[in-house]
Write a protein that binds this ligand. Structure first.
Ligand code: EPU
Length: 337
């Protein structure tokens, strides 16, 4: 395995920020991964694991090792009367995996079409969209414990998945590398049209015509109409989490802003951060090469040669303005380095 020096990360992060990594390597197997980790231990270097860099913002050059996880492979490991158990290696592209499953008649992931990133990154933030989170279909995953080099298996419950969250972002942060994920997928499709925008897009179709491929196509169309394609415009999807607030706080905001967008969530409400940012006047804002997407206020964009610091500074200004107007603190969903 080759460890390169002074590598520009522009094509390894979907914001397309030009920044240098002191060391960079691509790992194609668990053996490569162990070698990369040993290199860091020997040189006492920090490291960052990346898939497709779709949730990262580099504010400065990185002095450690960037490890690009590119371990590939998909296999059907078990079939029962109702389910297919499908194992995918961490470096598989998420959307290609979803399409592979649809093509083989393994159902459930169709609402999660076109999410950028890799299979291995998906459980870390329990990716979710259009009414589905992977927690519904995750069976177990395998992870390499960095301190011991051992491969361990964790059940879905052990991963402690919730909205954009897992134990790998909390107590077990930086302790494991997820090497593969096994999904428990459906033999018989069960369309999930709970998300209003998706239901709307399919409202003219008869119920028996709403098959998983149709749902996947509809999700792709919605995403393409609102979210910029990182291949042509640098971005990392939603920059902030949708804030979850207590019911009383929501009800008092609703008095002032009757059109505020929110969904009941556990004891409180989950607000649409996009609505807050939009209402605060940021949608379509541009200054130099940084800005807020004109179709979606939750998406910060690099129009060309923006630096990570410029994007970060814009995100702080947005946070301050939302805090001043609504008294709500937004938290970045994107990992800031
Ligand atoms: N809205 C505005 N202004 C805008 C955009 C949206 O007011 O510029 C309002 C709309 O009224 C809409 C509401 O905000 O009803 C929610 O918008 P949207 O349906 O686009 O969803 P979101 O809450 O902004 C979340 C996820 C997305 C995911 C969509 C669909 C988070 C942080 N983001 O966005 O995930 O695709 O729901 O399920 O939970 C990502 O994580 O990168 C991502 C794109």
């Amino acid at each position: 395995m080759l460890i390169q020096e002074n590598v520009n990360l522009k094509k390894f992060n979907t914001f397309h920020i030009s920044t240098l990594a002191k060391y960079f390597c691509e790992v194609l197997s668990v053996e490569d991964l162990l070698e990369a980790l040993a290199f860091c231990q020997e040189k006492n270097l920090p490291f960052i694991l990346i898939g497709q860099g779709s949730n990262l913002l580099f504010r400065q050059n990185y002095t450690g090792l960037i490890i690009e996880l590119n371990i590939k492979g998909i296999e059907l490991v078990k079939t029962t009367t109702e389910h297919f158990y499908v194992k995918a290696q961490c470096g598989e592209n998420w959307h290609s995996f979803v399409q592979y499953c649809l093509g083989h008649g393994y159902y459930g992931l169709e609402n999660l079409s076109l999410i950028p990133g890799t299979v291995g990154a998906a459980p870390v933030q329990n990716i979710g969209a259009y009414g589905v989170e992977i927690s519904e279909f995750l069976h177990e995953l395998e992870a390499l414990e960095i301190s011991s080099g051992k491969l361990l298996t964790f059940s879905k419950d052990e991963c402690q998945l919730s909205y954009r969250h897992s134990i790998f972002k909390a107590d077990w942060k930086d302790r494991f590398v997820i090497t593969n994920v096994t999904f428990k997928l459906l033999k018989t499709a069960q369309p999930n049209l709970s998300y209003p925008a998706l239901r709307d897009a399919l409202k003219d179709l008869a119920e028996d015509k709403v098959d998983p491929q149709t749902i996947s196509n509809a999700v792709c169309n919605i995403r393409m109409s609102k979210l910029p394609d990182p291949a042509s415009l640098g971005n990392a999807g939603s920059f902030f989490w949708n804030p979850i607030i207590p019911a009383e706080k929501f009800l008092s905001l609703q008095q002032i802003y009757p059109d505020i967008v929110a969904y009941p969530h556990e004891e409180g409400y989950k607000l649409a951060a996009a609505w807050l940012i939009d209402k605060a006047g940021w949608k379509g804002y541009r200054e130099g090469d940084v800005g807020v997407h004109k179709e979606h206020a939750l998406v910060l964009v690099n129009f060309g040669e923006a630096t990570g610091k410029e994007l970060y500074d814009l995100s702080v200004r947005i946070q301050q303005s939302v805090l001043e107007i609504f008294g709500i603190k937004l938290h970045p969903e994107v990992r800031i380095i």
